[in-house]
Design a protein around this ligand. Structure first.
Ligand code: 3HC
Length: 303
């Protein structure tokens, strides 16, 4: 069944090469998904060769892990690795028909990235952004052709979370939207089409959950009691483990964006900013293993 608001699938453009702008953790996770599910070349770029090389090496490492677990054959391991490349030359994006950005969550930075890449793209290329809540219409104002821009929001961990939010702006055209829906389907994800409002749908809900959890501990409720209380809902993760997973910096940014858009509905958390600055994880150690609530986190939220 076609999702509500989805245009005719026949309008979707073929995707034979993917371009990714930004070589951070999220981009690396979805680069691997693109290469595995679409089986097409994927090229990644960032500000400097060092970051690009690190990302490509990291993705190769993840492919090796999949091979060690028997999830991909030795042949496929080599083929997938060969499909991933890194570059700092924008000319390598000339034959990409799907280009997605996952750079720093700041409108000006994303507009600059789009302004720089657009002259190198084919007129048919579709542009997507993995923003978690910035205005995509505002991003598109930097483009000559904003009708080819669409939101394509992944969730962490990308390999297992089943949803993609496909975000339609007032200017996104039907071919772009249909292409995004087809790409989501080919990635074997469920897609919902959302409006271009702060936080789309998922992060509106998440900002409530995480904002209230942080507000409760900042008001003096022990972390453990918030965790116990949330257990009533049967969520797969407690709110502080979830914050560790998405990253405290990203979490703080999501809360800020929502608070700025609707201060009467969403909390911001100064403690979360301080924790992110200090590089503290709330419940996990550096290897991602549970360690119990961090002692320094208790002190920071109690201030
Ligand atoms: N990367 C890749 N695969 C992972 C993974 C990771 N980080 N974590 C778990 N997996 C895989 C495991 O390998 C396993 O696969 P298998 O069944 O094929 O062996 C499968 O996921 C299940 O893992 P586990 O049994 O170890 O663990 P759980 O059953 O506890 O599930 C979870 C793990 C899927 C991460 C679950 O805890 C969960 O759904 N947590 C909530 C995550 C969430 O809410 N994410 C959204 C964050 S918001 C966001 O990203 C938006 C941004 O804008 C802020």
């Amino acid at each position: 069944k076609r999702p509500a608001g989805a245009p005719d699938e026949a309008l979707a453009k073929p995707v034979s090469k993917v371009g990714i702008i930004g070589a951070g953790l999220m981009a690396s996770q979805f680069a691997l998904l693109f290469v595995r599910r679409l089986q097409v070349p994927v090229v990644i770029t960032d500000l400097d060769q060092g970051r690009v090389d690190k990302a490509v090496a990291g993705i190769h490492g993840e492919i090796d892990k999949l091979a060690d677990k028997g999830r991909v054959s030795t042949d496929e391991q080599q083929r997938l690795k060969a499909l991933i490349s890194g570059t700092v030359d924008k000319a390598d994006f000339a034959d990409c028909d799907w280009v997605i950005e996952a750079v720093f969550e700041e409108l000006g930075v994303k507009q600059q990235v789009f302004r720089e890449i657009e002259p190198h793209l084919s007129p048919e290329a579709v542009l997507a952004t993995n923003t978690s809540g910035l205005s995509i219409e505002a991003m598109g104002s930097a483009l000559q052709h904003p009708e080819r821009l669409v939101g394509f929001h992944f969730f962490n961990p990308v390999a297992v979370m089943p949803l993609i939010e496909v975000v339609k702006t007032p200017t996104t055209d039907d071919a772009t939207l249909a292409t995004a829906m087809r790409v989501a389907k080919d990635l074997k994800k469920n897609a919902v089409i959302t409006r271009d409002t702060p936080g789309f749908v998922v992060n509106r809900i998440l900002a409530k959950l995480l904002g209230e959890a942080m507000h409760a501990v900042e008001q003096g409720t022990p972390f453990e009691d918030v965790v116990e209380a949330q257990r009533a809902f049967g969520f797969p993760m407690d709110p502080f483990v979830l914050l560790d997973l998405v990253g405290l910096k990203v979490g703080a940014h999501v809360l800020d964006t929502h608070h700025a858009a609707a201060p009467d509905r969403f909390f911001e958390s100064k403690a979360l900013h301080e924790l992110a600055e200090a590089g503290i994880l709330l419940e996990k150690d550096a290897k991602g293993e549970p360690k119990g609530i961090d002692k320094r986190a208790r002190k920071i939220v109690a201030k």
